[in-house]
Design a protein around this ligand. Structure first.
Ligand SMILES: NC(=O)c1ccc[n+]([C@@H]2O[C@H](COP(=O)([O-])OP(=O)(O)OC[C@H]3O[C@@H](n4cnc5c(N)ncnc54)[C@H](OP(=O)(O)O)[C@@H]3O)[C@@H](O)[C@H]2O)c1
Length: 328
């Protein structure tokens, strides 16, 4: 079914939705027309840039051997108001994070440059470092200062930018001593040098956030989080809201299926609430994420323009306090 037949029903934003200090709540969203708009989800100030809370994740774009499909999705996303796109230089096929594909290398960063240059001034491109892909798309952890600098330069080159809006340090959590000070300090120096505007963290705990904030300002945390996955992050989501830091969940749709794709097993509450809103379960998953605080920014990933429009339409769904309680 096409997304336009699935426009959600609306109700008011619950009064207990937290509004962290330092942010201005946006006025109530207008009802969408046949063209959904990312602005129905409201805005958040990411560092010194204001972005719509409904963004886009580019990891899936390299899977299709035809780059024209990815370019269509990216241009449509911007047309529908997306001004926050997440990427990484290691989002590449064949290989890369998805481990799929054949043929010549396709980089998400280069697809973004092809589709969107000259870049709209309001567009914020967030990228991440901490991993590098070799020529065959094989990934490895790479977080020494020299490796991080090389990745920042690779992002600049592939995106065709002279600075990066936002760079997340993506770490691998380890038990015990797993300080991020050296790696985050190296990125802070690149920020001081003007190559990076804002810094963020990915796949981290609260103690990593504390450590990073002692070194340089943190604009956002990007972690795996959804209604039914990694709910141990509830506390980190709250802490980010209190500190005025954006929280950017990935795998909102995929949940525990992670890179393998969208979760199909949504549970009774998601399905019941989807029916009540004449929405899809995927739209309720995204709406739930956006209701976890005004500092939460969605970045659903898709290579499909109909899915893209449906995801953006989810920014207009307003869940009631009772529905949020049922979702847990
Ligand atoms: N920091 C990190 O470590 C990290 C890790 C992973 C991802 N990320 C970022 O987070 C973004 C989001 O993660 P993700 O893309 O892996 O997962 P996701 O957004 O949770 O889910 C994407 C999956 O859902 C499907 N999908 C999307 N919209 C749909 C819809 N309306 N109906 C049905 N299926 C739908 C997609 O397939 P179709 O293409 O067929 O729509 C894809 O298989 C990524 O794109 C990437 O930018 C960051």
């Amino acid at each position: 079914m096409r997304w336009s037949a699935r426009l959600p029903r609306f109700c008011t934003m619950p009064s207990n939705t937290p509004t962290p200090a330092g942010t201005t709540p946006t006025p109530p969203a207008a009802l969408p027309t046949n063209d959904p708009s990312a602005d129905t989800a409201g805005t958040w100030r990411l560092g010194d840039r204001t972005v719509h809370r409904m963004g886009f994740g580019s990891m899936r774009l390299t899977a299709d051997p035809d780059p024209a499909a990815a370019i269509r999705v990216l241009r449509r996303a911007v047309e529908l108001g997306v001004d926050h796109i997440d990427t990484a230089a290691f989002y590449v096929s064949p290989g890369g994070t998805l481990g799929v594909g054949t043929g010549p290398a396709r980089y998400a960063t280069e697809l973004i440059r092809t589709a969107l240059t000259p870049y709209p001034p309001e567009l914020v491109i967030a990228t991440k470092v901490g991993f590098a892909a070799d020529d065959g798309g094989q990934l490895s952890e790479a977080n020494s200062p020299a490796q991080l600098r090389a990745q920042v330069e690779e992002n600049l080159r592939r995106l065709g930018r002279d600075h990066l809006d936002l760079v997340n340090l993506r770490i691998v959590k380890r038990p015990g001593r797993d300080s991020i000070a050296e790696a985050f300090g190296a990125l802070a120096e690149l920020r001081e040098a003007g190559l990076i505007r804002h810094l963020g963290l990915s796949n981290v705990r609260i103690d990593h956030l504390d450590e990073a904030q002692r070194i340089a300002p943190v604009a956002c945390v990007q972690n795996s989080y959804s209604v039914d996955h990694n709910r141990t992050d509830d506390e980190l989501v709250r802490v980010c809201g209190e500190r005025g830091i954006g929280y950017v969940p990935f795998f909102s749709l995929a949940g525990s299926r992670r890179e393998s794709g969208a979760q199909q097993d949504h549970g009774d509450a998601v399905r019941t609430i989807a029916r009540a809103h004449e929405a899809t379960p995927q739209q309720i998953r995204l709406a739930w994420a956006l209701h976890q605080g005004r500092h939460v920014l969605a970045i659903p990933g898709t290579g499909n323009v109909d899915h893209l429009a449906s995801n953006i339409a989810a920014g207009a769904i307003r869940l009631t306090a009772a529905e949020l309680a049922a979702l847990g």
